[in-house]
Write a protein that binds this ligand. Structure first.
Ligand code: SP5
Ligand code: ZN
Length: 332
């Protein structure tokens, strides 16, 4: 399996986050990527490559239909003079707050305007990492477009919570949506991250070439989305008590009832592994390590070229092994 990653993905490193109201270490750390790499690199089945494509214009064209908003968002990423700890969004432009587009130039307002929660700190390195992540994803997309069976974008920060103009949940640019818009033909985005990919659902909404299918925890972050199917989004909320067997059954059903009938040319996997029972921010207490080899096997039944994009997964001790379990069993 070709693995696309970049050292630039390690740069973004906010000093802390607010978790359950308390100051806590930034869980979505650069070490996550290093851990996964350490495990995969020991196996000859994974071939590491640097990204090959460099094109800002391409990203903006793919990312959003509203170029202006995107440009504003990029501005806040690249502006100089930020403290090394970055700016934490803390006052948000709630949809009910103002009547007109009358925005402040204060740095808190600049980041709050483009964020929906506090876990989207903007540091001097955020844009560099987010940009590199997109390049890795596009390189992976090229690999499967050119006849490859599968590719893995080992990237951070993750993407599936970010909408066209909003950051949140550690996410800045939506990799799965970018890949889906980039690839031609019919695409399924299968989102197995513990959390609902609200951003992906929102961006691909109404695009009939794309089907979004998500398995996620009911009644957990991001709270307001993912409760029911809508248009091209199949949402499968699962209780926190979900066991390994129940999860695999739900995945099987999602594949046979939704993914296969859609007849996709490409499968994009929003590959979060925070479903694991020891994950520090997630809550599936009955999902064990055995789930991950089964997950890979199930997904291989889709029999179409696949692009795996790293999303969440925060249990550092097992992170690399879990990722390897899924990808190896997918290839078997
Ligand atoms: C990409 C991704 O996985 N983003 C997830 C961001 C989740 N942030 C909010 C977490 C809220 C956790 N609350 C329960 C913690 C248990 N102590
Ligand atoms: Zn997650």
């Amino acid at each position: 399996m070709r693995v696309f990653t970049s050292l630039d993905c390690l740069l973004h490193n906010p000093p802390f986050e607010i978790l359950d109201g308390d100051k806590s270490e930034w869980l979505e750390s650069p070490a996550r990527i290093e851990k996964i790499k350490q495990v995969l690199i020991k196996s000859e089945r994974f071939k590491f490559e640097q990204f090959i494509r460099k094109n800002t214009l391409l990203i903006s064209k793919l990312y959003t239909t509203d170029g202006t908003q995107f440009e504003k968002k990029v501005d806040i990423r690249v502006s100089e003079g930020r403290s090394s700890s970055g700016v934490i969004p803390e006052t948000f432009l709630h949809f009910n707050l103002v009547d007109s587009d009358d925005f402040s130039t204060h740095s808190v307002a600049q980041v709050g305007r483009f964020a929906f929660d506090m876990t989207s700190t903007i540091t001097k390195d955020t844009w560099k990492s987010a940009y590199a992540a997109v390049q890795c994803v596009l390189s992976g997309a090229n690999a499967i477009m050119n006849g490859g069976k599968t590719a893995y974008a080992l990237v951070r920060p993750p993407g599936h919570h970010s909408t066209q103009d909003l950051c949140g949940g550690y996410c800045y640019l939506n990799h799965a949506a970018i890949a889906a818009n980039y690839l031609s033909g019919r695409k399924v985005i299968l989102d197995v991250d513990y959390h609902h990919g609200n951003g992906t659902e929102k961006i691909v909404k109404g695009n009939e070439d794309i089907l979004y299918v998500s398995l996620h925890a009911d009644d957990d972050y991001p709270y307001y989305t993912g409760h029911r199917n809508a248009g091209n989004a199949i949402n499968i909320p699962l209780p926190r008590t979900t066991t390994t067997d129940e999860y695999i059954l739900a995945l099987q059903k999602a594949i046979s009832h939704h993914i296969l009938p859609f007849r996709p040319d490409f499968l994009i996997i929003s590959f979060g592994v925070d479903t694991y029972n020891e994950d520090p921010i997630a809550g599936f207490s009955n999902v064990d390590r055995g789930m991950y080899t089964q997950m890979g096997r199930q997904i291989s039944q889709s029999k179409c070229p696949s692009l795996w994009i790293q999303e969440g997964g925060y249990h550092m001790e097992t992170l690399g092994d879990i990722v390897k379990d899924v990808l190896s069993s997918y290839m078997d």
